[in-house]
Design a protein around this ligand. Structure first.
Ligand SMILES: [Zn+2]
Length: 383
């Protein structure tokens, strides 16, 4: 028997163009296949399919969103809201306690997959976790190998070790599976010569790159003036630092790092010149609003990126600074944080298309004839 179901939602997005407000997806089930037969305005769908059983599908219907930035190996870290330097100390204590690694990554990935999301941008610090992600049949996206190396005197040594590791990991890539990426940690925990060499490698070998930038106001102060809480933190680790006098993003641009088109994570403390450079370099940005709130980072200037047409994606960051790994919760938080400045359609488009774009992938499309399995019904979340 043929049955038809009309699912309506506040936002309906087929992966192409602009998402629709008050839309509907009509699904036909002939007993063998469940397929999408229409994606249109709810009122039109009701007229076209009067026999369809109507159901409220919640906030949005779209291809599944992407979690474009997370640290799955921190999934056993307790949620630690507070200042950014205190958070970094907590991450180091947690790592030194031995709880950062494969078990945590498995648990985190299970949570992501249980939420219907299977495309992730994960920052990886452990070889076992890298092999786990590269071999996992149910997940795709990018596993970015994290590099720290603040001492310029060791830049060559760290670079060579990283290059060898990446080559080894890339031999384990599978078609349709997770790709190997590269993540210099931040513009101040990786020395200038190392940043330049890593960016040149990423560019030459088309390795996806992701970097945390302009997360806190203290980071801008560190780069512009060389003092403040982050300077003290670097000093405690014995890291040599000389301020460039530029913004963190301006510093990366000056070093030529933007030529590798890295995906830029956080990007809260930016000005118009920074965003213009991002647009010019054609980089995507990942927004992690709950982590930013937990660490007192301030509000991401959503409307500024929108004005320059920069692609924005969503990431949950780790469970250390975020209450869940659900990217839909991240979007719900963004609705609250940005209010009228971010339309529901733009948020959904960012979480889906922006996410694929941030990972260098093409978003799927939900066109007529598509399998209904590809349809993701967003939970009505209040985050
Ligand atoms: Zn992060």
């Amino acid at each position: 028997m043929l049955t038809r179901e009309l699912l309506r939602a506040e936002v309906v997005y087929n992966g192409l163009g602009t998402p629709r407000r008050d839309g509907a997806v009509v699904i036909q089930d002939d007993g063998r296949r469940r397929q999408v037969i229409a994606v249109q305005a709810a009122a039109e769908a009701r007229r076209a399919f009067p026999d369809a059983v109507e159901r409220d599908a919640g906030f949005a219907l779209s291809p599944a969103p992407v979690n474009a930035h997370t640290h799955l190996d921190l999934s056993s870290m307790p949620y630690t809201a507070g200042s950014y330097p205190a958070f970094i100390d907590a991450v180091i204590r947690h790592r030194d306690g031995g709880a950062r690694g494969l078990e945590a990554a498995r648990r985190g990935l299970d949570e992501v997959l249980a939420g219907g999301v299977s495309v992730v941008g994960d920052i990886v610090t452990d070889e076992e976790v890298m092999r786990f992600l590269l071999g996992h049949p149910g997940v795709t996206g990018v596993a970015y190998w994290e590099v720290l190396g603040p001492d310029p005197a060791r830049a060559d040594e760290v670079f060579e070790a990283t290059r060898r590791r990446l080559a080894h990991f890339r031999a384990l890539e599978r078609d349709g599976g997770v790709r190997v990426g590269l993540s210099p940690h931040t513009p101040h925990t990786v020395s200038a010569p190392l940043l330049q060499r890593l960016a040149a490698l990423a560019r030459a070998e088309a390795i996806p790159m992701q970097i945390h930038v302009a997360e806190t106001a203290d980071e801008v102060r560190l780069h512009r003036h060389g003092d403040g809480p982050l300077a003290e933190l670097l000093g405690r680790f014995g890291v040599p630092w000389r301020a460039s006098g530029r913004s963190p993003l301006g510093y990366l641009a000056e070093l030529g790092v933007l030529d590798a088109r890295p995906t830029l994570v956080h990007m809260v403390h930016v000005d118009e010149d920074d965003v213009r450079r991002v647009q010019h370099a054609d980089c995507a940005v990942v927004h992690c609003p709950r982590s930013n709130a937990a660490l007192g980072c301030g509000r991401f200037p959503w409307e500024l990126y929108a004005r320059f047409g920069v692609d924005v994606a969503f990431g949950t960051d780790s469970l250390g600074s975020s209450p869940s790994l659900a990217v839909t919760d991240e979007v719900a938080a963004a609705r609250v944080v940005h209010g009228e400045r971010a339309s529901p359609q733009a948020l959904v488009r960012a979480a889906v298309k922006g996410g694929y774009r941030a990972l260098g992938m093409t978003p799927p499309r939900l066109l007529r004839g598509a399998e209904a399995d590809g349809l993701f019904a967003w939970p009505v979340s209040t985050a």
